[in-house]
Design a protein. Structure first.
Lengths: 756, 434, 163
């Protein structure tokens, strides 16, 4: 069976198409780009007046090619992670080119074919790539119209399009895009002001088109990297101790070398892998090697296990660099009430359902790596340094993996596969991590804590607001060999680089610590902790999960203390009109004024945030029912409202918000990575349980605000913070008990409720 | 589907002969069968409950595990309605919330204590010994008061009793008077002066509220527990063997108070295996009970087999020999079990029990091993915890038999099990009847 | 050793170690993508297939144990061109995010519908308990199953079956 990674074969790409004159990418540079907003490396900005990723890749032919038959091939540096971006970008391109979506072929991140748009992360894809493709397509349509006008000798204003891939003259004559494109070169730079189609004329954008990737996923089609089968492919397993920082002491290599079907044992420095003809053989060899005793190398202790106090103690023991985030001072009246509280979040696993996988092949001096990393171009940089090849000799291609929600094992496994492939030239190597390896080795979402103190004046206005957040860097994305496990195991090792904070306005641990509300006298500080007791990196929404949880919990604590309605205290402090509308929309759909009142067992809560204060606005309201005997919380219903600017595909937006909400309930209500003194003790779904069907809400409704033509705002992470806080607020409303340490688990709630 | 622990007559041996014994008893003592009703009282008020008593009552209720039998699947806590499957038909647990109409809201403290000790409802009807009043009668007065207070502080739920579906003539409750006359002996808990306070506390809890011997002792033909030297020599609950806890304990490694504590608290001990079947809910309750009480229970129970602690047999693992004698089982094990239970598997690295010390493989009968294979094991203490997937859909009875034979020969020094395929078929049949 | 298995109605004679979990045989030998490796421990359901009509974890099923038994994978429910009824319902509800769990979800749900064509909400949730989804697609999966039930009954109006 052929691996089908994109409908367009590489060969077809190189030989076909009239418009690919030369393939122009921006100069390679390692400057930080907005791309991804979560570190990683990215291309330099070369055209600052253009929009989205056109800033760094301004040439139109880097984005769009029109075939002789009028089909468009669109290139994006972003990747499908299950968020539906493929469909959304096709819709954007189809709309601005004014052709049917079926006439668009989308090519996602490939270091030899697409622009480098940095990471697919931080809810940036629509902002970066969507905006770039929108404007590039508008440019292309403008050029096509101008060329047709030339052919017909008409003023350009008289040429129109009709959504069918043809240009029209007023007298009824038409020309196909293919014919016109054949006369054009798109190797021109975009202009910033190509006219966009009017929202009232939209044919494709804003419609709930079915996602193009779903049919294969429902029917066993080749949908994932995991499904690729290359001729001569071998199966590998990499062998390490049970969790990051441990090593096997003397694995029994001799026995494994004699196992029938084992092709090679790859051992270089501290790196060890076994390669076999069959997957099952590789697994059995791995299990045999894993019988060896393991030891943890001398390093700082792992985080303390358990309570919020343990999380706080671990973090507070680390040296901090203080970064001022916000400082305002306003003259106000005296405070009549003040509330002070500490909130914590433990270390959380990404926990992709499919463990990370990669395929690598080293042939004729070139390394090809198929990866589901969020940073395809970063994989090239990492692999090049790791196996000692110039970057242009490494070809990294994205293929879909299981949902990843941040930096899971994808980058590490790609590097592992490349090291193995380098040792076995010619044969494609498929490497998949085992479930326990994913749990044991992936970078976790960092444990965090906040301390908030707020004061309320006599008029129920907040007169002072202090927010301090302690966190490890969430930005340890690999940009060189030192960022992946195989690099740290090389001889000599590539040292792991020091984690760096991501500056505001994106922020990492500080993300969303700056309230969007207008509070007087706001002081926000980020205690950045560069020394990491556990391997950590980006997890969906980064610090926003705990920061929004803290801010929105604190607002309810104040409201409860003063007897104010939770919606009212929010609206009273919010000047941003769109934020107000989103809160109101959620409240209206929820029936906030007529909601169930807290009675010991039932209650409601709401919360709001604008992701990073730059992305989508999201408000969540939910109703819970508490089983006081067990402390179990059931979410009876949840309503979310989201404003993400012009929604490319409202159903995909709904899907993301529903999914984010449910996932956040799992993180917030259930999850914590357990640590033993010498290793992570969470290694499977029984030691790291996540939400199952019996605990998901009775219903989830999502209201998508209609914002025709408004700029795209990233959506995928918008629900994490508000959902977490709405849960805590609903529990507090129902029981009078305020839980401030995640997870808000049944055991913790039961302990707080006592026997009564 | 998880079924309730059936603590009363679940021995499964209470055949017609047992019924006859009762009938005879009843014929002779029908006069005693009548018990008077006690007047309904207004439910006590929440304000009357001292906080200390509530906390104590909650802890005791956790040890007694009241919530398990008295809550239907997905139902309101303590509102009853749970089906208790017995060899004599199905009993439904009753509503013990303080609802005045359908619960125990109208019960005075005295009525409650009479039910707990004598097995008589407030209205004078005899209660089936599914409620282990034979044990509860040993519970101190003050503790029963605390449990009463705790139950009376639960939210009232209206849930009328479901009609039991018992075989004739057991629906006729006065028969129970005869059973009680024969088997219910007034015995207060008597502390042993030669033992320390912890041991005595453990004995009090285990014999009374915990009613451990209800499952771990054999029962006579009328479904009453055997006592004396037979106590704790192993019983049956819901088709699962409840292993002996006395000197005849079959565990590969002797129990210690520490390992029992870990087991009772977490549902798994590295040298004995995981709590399965009806032991799951017991652990669920104990995982939430006061730590000192669970330690005390562990101390007491471990002392029952203290005389065997010295003769610790070496744990067996004869992989090569077992593969030779049971090649089919070895293949099944490699594909279905090794991913968790073979050396180098992550679960082994993480300190879960190796099969050579799992008690299920050391018992005289294969029932527990077969049940675990077919039905799997639910994590008893919550979503985190030892669990095993069921293999009923993927393995045939012959394959289960091959696998069980292999496991026995590899991980135990004891005689091979027989009639494995029949045993597998029996368990499977029972499972498919919902 | 040769093992003959019947997958989606077709017989395949394979030269494999009979201990090999069915999952790897389906994926690597028969090149069927539906069943996925998620945990290999019987904890997530991503590898769910039917064996003689019952849902089973193919990651823990030695291929030698299913010789001669009927195996059905998601490919047996329908294709992208001609999707089965449950697949259509998932498509209509757009019940996937990354979709890695979905083939297992489909097989798990199909087993319920084969046994009980009209399950209520509690039965659906209890039955689906075995399978994990990390993307939080649960609400849509539940909707899709309800939709399939309704489609079977001939009720087409989407609005009526939304909660
Ligand atoms: S892969 Fe089989 S249950 Fe997870
Ligand atoms: S859709 Fe991604 S795991 Fe379920």
């Amino acid at each position: 069976m052929n691996p089908i990674l994109s409908p367009l074969s590489r060969r077809g790409f190189l030989t076909g198409g009239a418009l690919v004159v030369s393939f122009a990418l921006a100069p390679r540079a390692f400057a930080q780009l907005a791309g991804g907003g979560e570190g990683g490396a990215g291309p330099a900005v070369v055209a600052p007046d253009l929009k989205g990723s056109l800033k760094s890749a301004p040439w139109l032919d880097a984005w769009i090619r029109i075939d002789a038959d009028g089909r468009a091939t669109v290139f994006t540096g972003k990747v499908e992670l299950g968020q539906g971006i493929r469909t959304a970008l096709i819709q954007v391109a189809a709309e601005e080119l004014d052709i049917p979506p079926a006439a668009v072929t989308l090519v996602t991140a490939d270091t030899e074919r697409t622009p480098d748009e940095g990471l697919t992360a931080g809810s940036h894809s629509m902002q970066d790539s969507g905006t770039a493709i929108q404007n590039a397509a508008a440019n292309v349509r403008m050029l096509l119209a101008a060329e047709a006008a030339k052919i017909w000798d008409l003023p350009v204003g008289q040429v129109s399009t009709g959504g069918d891939g043809r240009l029209r003259a007023p007298d009824g004559r038409t020309l196909s895009y293919g014919e016109v494109a054949a006369r054009l070169s798109l190797h021109v730079q975009a202009v910033p002001d190509a006219p966009l189609r009017k929202p009232s004329d939209y044919r494709t954008l804003g419609r709930a088109l079915p996602r193009v990737d779903i049919p294969a996923k429902l029917t066993g089609g080749a949908a994932y990297l995991h499904d690729m089968r290359l001729p001569g492919m071998l199966h590998a397993r990499v062998v390490r101790g049970p969790s990051v920082g441990t090593g096997l002491q003397s694995p029994d290599l001799d026995t494994v070398a004699r196992m029938p079907g084992v092709v090679k044992i790859v051992r270089q420095g501290g790196f060890l892998a076994v390669v076999a003809e069959r997957q099952w053989t590789a697994i059995q060899a791995l299990r045999h090697l894993q019988r060896a005793a393991y030891a943890r190398a001398a390093q700082p202790p792992l985080p303390a296990d358990g309570s919020g106090d343990a999380v706080a103690a671990t973090l507070k023991a680390l040296p901090a660099r203080d970064i001022a985030i916000m400082d305002t001072s306003d003259p106000v009246g005296p405070a009549v009430r003040s509330v002070k509280a500490r909130y914590t979040r433990p270390w959380i696993s990404h926990g992709s359902i499919g463990p990370s996988c990669a395929i690598a092949q080293y042939m004729d001096g070139t390394m090809t790596v198929w990866t589901h990393s969020q940073g395809t171009f970063d994989v090239r940089r990492v692999v090049a340094e790791l196996v000692g090849l110039p970057p242009e000799k490494v070809h990294a291609i994205h293929a879909e993996g299981a949902g990843c929600y941040g930096q899971n094992g994808a980058d590490d496994v790609a590097a592992d596969a490349a090291v193995i492939a380098r040792a076995l030239p010619g044969r494609p190597i498929r490497l998949q991590w085992m479930r326990e390896q994913e749990f044991g080795w992936e970078p976790l979402g960092p444990g965090m804590m906040t301390e908030l103190e707020a004061e309320l004046g006599a008029d129920n206005r907040i007169v002072s607001w202090r927010h301090a957040v302690w966190s490890n860097p969430h930005n340890n994305r690999p940009v060189g060999a030192g960022g992946v496990l195989a690099g740290n195991e090389a001889d000599p090792p590539f040292p792991a680089p020091e984690g760096k904070p991501i500056p505001m306005p994106e922020g990492d641990g500080s993300r969303n610590s700056n309230p969007l509300y207008s509070f007087a006298n706001t002081h926000v500080v980020y205690h950045f902790l560069k020394d990491m007791p556990a391997r950590v990196s980006a997890l969906r929404s980064l610090g926003a999960h705990l920061n929004v949880f803290s801010i929105e919990s604190m607002l309810d604590e104040l409201a409860a203390a003063a007897g104010i309605d939770p919606l009212a205290i929010r609206l009273d402090h919010m000047r941003d009109e769109r934020a107000r509308e989103v809160m109101q929309a959620a409240a209206d759909r929820f029936g906030w004024p007529k909601r169930v009142k807290g009675d010991g067992r039932h209650g409601c809560g709401m919360a709001f945030a604008r992701y990073k204060n730059l992305g989508a606005y999201c408000a969540v309201a939910m109703e819970v029912e508490i089983d006081r005997e067990t402390g179990r919380t059931m979410v009876r219903r949840a309503v979310a409202a989201v404003d993400c600017g012009q929604p490319a595909n409202p159903d995909s937006v709904r899907n993301q918000i529903e999914g984010g909400l449910v996932q956040s309930l799992s993180w917030t209500g259930r999850e914590a990575v357990r640590f033993a003194p010498d290793r992570r003790a969470s290694f499977d779904w029984s030691s790291y349980p996540i939400l199952r069907f019996d605990d998901v809400p009775g219903s989830v409704e999502v209201v998508v605000m209609d914002r025709p033509g408004a700029p795209f705002l990233g959506t995928a992470e918008a629900a994490q913070g508000p959902s977490a806080a709405a849960l805590a607020n609903a529990i507090a409303n129902a029981t009078g008990v305020r839980l401030r340490d995640m997870p808000l688990s049944p055991d913790r709630l039961k302990a707080a409720l006592g026997p009564v | 589907m998880k079924r309730a622990r059936w603590t009363g007559w679940a021995a499964g041996k209470w055949a017609a002969g047992g019924a006859l014994v009762c009938l005879v008893g009843v014929g002779a003592f029908l006069g005693m069968a009548h018990r008077s009703g006690l007047p309904a009282v207004p439910p006590p008020k929440a304000a009357d409950f001292p906080a200390e008593m509530l906390t104590r009552g909650a802890a005791l209720a956790a040890i007694g595990d009241c919530i398990v039998c008295h809550t239907a699947d997905g139902g309101v806590a303590y509102a009853g309605g749970r089906a208790l499957a017995t060899p004599f038909g199905t009993l439904y647990s009753t509503n013990i919330t303080p609802d005045p109409e359908t619960g125990i809201g109208g019960w005075s403290k005295e009525a409650f204590k009479r039910a707990m000790r004598d097995g008589v409802s407030r209205d004078g009807r005899h209660l089936y010994p599914a409620l282990p009043y034979d044990h509860y009668r040993q519970v101190h007065d003050g503790d029963l008061d605390a449990i009463y207070v705790f139950l009376m502080s639960r939210p009232a739920a209206s849930a009328p009793a479901k009609a039991n579906e018992l075989i004739f003539p057991l629906g006729f409750r006065p028969l129970l008077a005869g059973w009680k006359l024969l088997f219910l002996h007034q015995e207060d808990f008597a502390p042993r002066p030669d033992r320390d306070a912890e041991w005595n506390r453990g004995a009090y809890l285990a014999e009374g509220l915990g009613h451990c011997s209800g499952c771990h002792s054999p029962r006579n033909i009328a479904g009453a527990e055997k006592t004396g030297s037979d106590a704790y020599s192993g019983g049956v609950a819901e088709g699962w063997m409840a292993p002996a806890l006395n000197g005849s304990s079959p565990s590969a490694v002797p129990w210690t108070a520490d390992s029992l504590f870990t087991y009772l608290r977490t549902g798994v001990d590295g040298r004995h295996g995981a709590a399965a079947g009806p032991m799951g809910p017991v652990v669920h309750g104990l995982s939430r009970a006061p730590e000192a009480d669970v330690r005390a229970i562990a101390t007491y129970i471990a002392s029952l087999s203290a005389d065997r602690a010295s003769k610790a047999p070496a744990a067996a693992d004869r992989a090569a020999e077992a593969a030779r004698t049971n090649p089919a089982g070895a293949t099944l094990f490699a594909g279905a079990c090794a991913g968790c239970h073979e050396g180098g598997a992550p679960m082994m690295t993480e300190g879960r029990p190796g099969l050579s010390t799992v008690t299920a493989l050391q018992l005289d009968r294969p029932d527990n091993a077969i049940r675990a294979i077919l039905q799997g094991i639910h994590a008893p203490t919550g979503p985190a915890g030892p669990a095993m997937p069921p293999f009923a859909a993927s393995l045939t009875d012959t394959q289960v038999a091959d696998l069980a034979a292999y496991l026995r020969s590899r991980f135990s020094d004891r005689p091979a099990w027989t009639a494995l395929e029949t045993a597998a078929a029996t368990v499977r049949k029972e499972e498919s009847q919902p | 050793m040769t093992v003959t298995i019947t997958v989606n109605g077709a017989d395949h004679a394979l030269d494999v170690d009979p201990a090999t979990p069915l999952l790897y045989v389906l994926r690597d030998d028969l090149e069927l993508n539906g069943a996925k490796y998620g945990c290999g421990l019987g904890q997530c359901g991503a590898c769910t297939v039917h064996i003689d009509g019952k849902p089973a974890f193919s990651c823990l099923t030695p291929v030698g144990a299913v010789a001669g038994r009927r195996i059905r994978t998601v490919e047996g429910l329908g294709s992208a061109e001609a999707p089965g009824l449950l697949q259509q319902a998932f498509e209509t509800e757009q019940a996937a995010q990354c979709g890695y769990c979905i083939a297992g979800m489909l097989m798990r749900a199909q087993a319920l519908l084969d046994r009980n064509p009209d399950p209520d909400e509690a039965q659906i949730r209890a039955h689906m308990q075995t399978n994990l989804c990390r993307c939080g697609t649960h609400m849509r999966i539940l909707r899709a199953i309800r939709r399939a039930v309704a489609m079977r009954k001939g009720v087409q109006a989407a609005q009526e079956i939304r909660p």
